[in-house]
Write a protein that binds this ligand. Sequence first.
Ligand code: ADP
Ligand code: ASP
Ligand code: MG
Length: 328
Amino acid sequence: MPSASPSWIVCKFGGTSVSSRDRWDTIGTVGRAHQADGRHPFLVCSALQGISDQLEALLEAAAQGGDPQEALATIRERHEALAHAMDLDSTAVLSEGFDRLDRLTNEVVAADPIPPRLRAAVLATGELLSTRLGAAYLSGQGLDVRWLDAREFLRAQDAPHVPPRRQYLSAACTSHPDPVLQDHLAQAPDAVYLTQGFIASNALNETVLLGRGGSDTSAAHFAAKLEAERLEVWTDVPGLFTANPREVPSARLLRRLDYDEAQELATMGARVLHPRCLDPVRRHQIPLHVRSTEAPEVDGTVVSADGPDVGPQVKAVSAKTGVVAVVM
Ligand code: ADP
Ligand code: ASP
Ligand code: MG
């Protein structure tokens, strides 16, 4: 019997967070911890780190009349190596995705120019492959994992006047509370749901993308659809910092921000949050936590309507080529 109103936590794991067996162990631990607290985990995952770039390289090679096989081989090897490290049967888990990518590559080679619809289908294979691996691994670790195709539930807004490139590669999606999705998930309330970031579908049931880095935004849409208690963005740094911590070692961790402050940082180039991910959570007042799979014990940053508990101050300095923003 479905529970009356399950309390969902949506957790998004970025490229580095899904690229090794250790990280998938952390993902499993996060899922179990939420279940132990009586919450229902809904996991949204990116492609393995660097794979979306390799898929772009494949498209680029084909567009230049070159050979996409090198990129294709790298993509295969990366996934096979992870399957091996996870003690999985790589053929059983990956062959459907690889076959699809082979077929799409043939279409790409024959196309001139490559239509945005085909580009989107190729890029989507990264997230489809990573989530197949993750679901197989976590199931083998004893979790009741349900793999979902995000495209069944995340729909692009109808935008007939938007150029096709944007319609297919940087689509905007709707994120109203979604009783159909909620009822669907409530059928197995004790499961851990696992789906893809970055990908959605249009009214023709074609694959569309939410823009590079868009898995954060997918997760925010799912959080809004599920009226989640919280959105957790798990990445490779333990939160939002006053500046990019990889470039500025003295950058400070920002513990609490309001949605506007986080939006300002994301818009001005703090890549840790995709600029479009704040709107869905702000509209539904869902707190967003940024955490690190490298240091899961660190509390990280909380973005919420409460915001900081101190007065105005310089919050962060971020840089975009040719633009510098000082967030007050
Ligand atoms: P993921 O693959 O998990 O989505 P991203 O690479 O998209 O991760 O985002 C995380 C990266 O964002 C960090 O490795 C960091 O270098 C970069 N970054 C840029 N500005 C900031 C900032 N102000 N605070 C934290 N991280 C930042
Ligand atoms: N895999 C996609 C990218 O690299 C989406 C994401 O990771 O957010 O852009
Ligand atoms: Mg990202």
